[in-house]
Write a protein that binds this ligand. Structure first.
Ligand SMILES: [Zn+2]
Length: 432
């Protein structure tokens, strides 16, 4: 397609009116947005002398802009293979058919004179084979005396949203699943967006904080949400983008309200923890273990140099967060949480995050991917979703000076490793 080619857009409403009209040809009215060279059908003649307006939903701003366009025509099967000809011509960019020749195929086409006309041909009998190679039941034509050109046509789909992906992605499996997200900061906001976009059916959002101006540079929320509780603002955001998702906001602190969170944890399939600080991560590790569900912990370490996504799974093969940290200590690895721990309970605010927004986005996406892959593998036996390990260390701005397992050397590197089994006397792991 050349960028100078005009484009024709047909809403579902317009398509239905053409397809269901009892007459076999009529006029169409159009708007033309010259800046984008796009035409949209906004009137259809469905009975002789009866033209009805077409609803163009207000969110289609480009399509609502522009000027009144030319009056065109629509015809049902003016000749048996007209929409096949349309595909054939589109496959050879720059080719057209002489007006006189076209008129022998489509006898009712109006002579455009010195200007240009537009025609839609409707072929309800176009077979599957032609549809597979791009044939359309509704085809557009730009009519000039110097030639008739096939127009690219985009038809508004029957439905939007995840249902469109049902052939390629386990939409229904995930619609039946639920996730708790603890901490709706920059990483948690992104992870929540991604979980909804993957199609997780129910999201329990836990965060006690408000969204404030200083959050804005790194967050998926924008100025419309300043002053709101993060969980409520995220619910509004997701309700718009993913109306089918069940989003439940909780203005709760996972540490102070652990008794409430415990009951909530029993109702979900996985917890994703993106909260700052050691205490929330420990609480999530403990509650998830007791609930017998996996927890995914995501954070940025070493002033934004690296990111870590940790998957804690129930069962005797995998230790909890404290077991993992004890193991790291035993091998002399750095304790990346030590800095955060100093802040906890001291009344000091955390050191401002030094990671840039897209690096945090990357962490949120990996956290969501880890959660969804875990759900699909564990509950649905999806072998395409097996992860390489249970700890991912991601190079964001790595100095290359950390010891294993944090020794990623390059930006963009993702290094997975396994985690150790529980310690013999771990209070979290042994009494489950
Ligand atoms: Zn443990």
């Amino acid at each position: 397609m050349r960028t100078t080619d005009p484009y024709l857009v047909i809403t579902r409403d317009a398509a239905e009116k053409i397809k269901n009209a009892p007459i076999s040809s009529g006029e169409i009215g159009m708007r033309h947005n010259a800046a984008d060279n796009v035409y949209i059908v906004d009137k259809v003649e469905i009975l002789r002398q009866t033209r009805v307006g077409i609803v163009v939903p207000s969110e289609y701003r480009v399509l609502q802009a522009g000027e009144r366009g030319p009056v065109g025509q629509w015809m049902r099967q003016p000749s048996p293979e007209i929409n096949q000809l349309h595909v054939n011509l589109l496959m050879r960019p720059g080719t057209c058919i002489a007006f006189e020749k076209f008129r022998t195929l489509v006898s009712g086409v109006e002579d455009p004179g010195a200007s240009a006309g537009l025609l839609i041909t409707h072929d309800p009998d176009l077979d599957e084979e032609w549809r597979r190679v791009g044939g359309r039941e509704l085809a557009g034509w730009l009519i000039t005396r110097s030639g008739v050109w096939p127009m690219h046509v985009d038809l508004e789909p029957e439905s939007f949203g995840l249902g469109q992906l049902a052939d390629q992605w386990p939409v229904q499996d995930l619609a039946d699943r639920s996730t708790m997200v603890v901490g709706l900061g920059s990483i948690g906001g992104i992870a929540t967006d991604a979980l909804a976009a993957y199609g997780v059916g129910r999201l329990e959002l836990v965060d006690p904080d408000r969204f404030l101006w200083h959050n804005m540079v790194r967050h998926v929320l924008g100025p419309e949400s300043v002053g709101a509780f993060k969980v409520d603002a995220m619910k509004r955001r997701l309700a718009h983008a993913w109306p089918d998702a069940d989003i439940r906001p909780h203005r709760l602190d996972v540490v102070l309200d652990a008794h409430v969170i415990r009951a909530l944890a029993a109702t979900v399939d996985v917890i994703v923890c993106c909260a700052d600080g050691v205490a929330p991560r420990r609480v999530v590790s403990h509650l998830a273990r007791r609930a017998g569900i996996p927890a995914i912990l995501a954070c940025v370490l070493d002033d934004g140099a690296i990111g870590e996504v940790l998957r804690l799974r129930p069962g005797s093969r995998f230790g909890c967060l404290l077991c993992h940290r004890a193991y790291l200590a035993s091998i002399g690895a750095i304790d990346p949480e030590a800095d955060q721990e100093l802040d906890y309970g001291t009344g000091h605010t955390h050191r401002p995050m030094t990671a840039v927004p897209p690096d945090l986005h990357l962490m949120g996406e990996v956290a969501a991917k880890t959660a969804v892959a875990t759900l699909l593998e564990a509950h649905h036996g999806d072998h395409t979703q097996i992860l390489p390990g249970d700890q991912a260390v991601i190079g964001l701005r790595p100095g290359g000076d950390l010891g294993a397992p944090y020794d990623v050397k390059r930006a963009g590197a993702v290094v997975w490793s396994s985690i150790q089994p529980p310690r013999p006397n771990c209070p979290t792991c042994t009494t489950s």
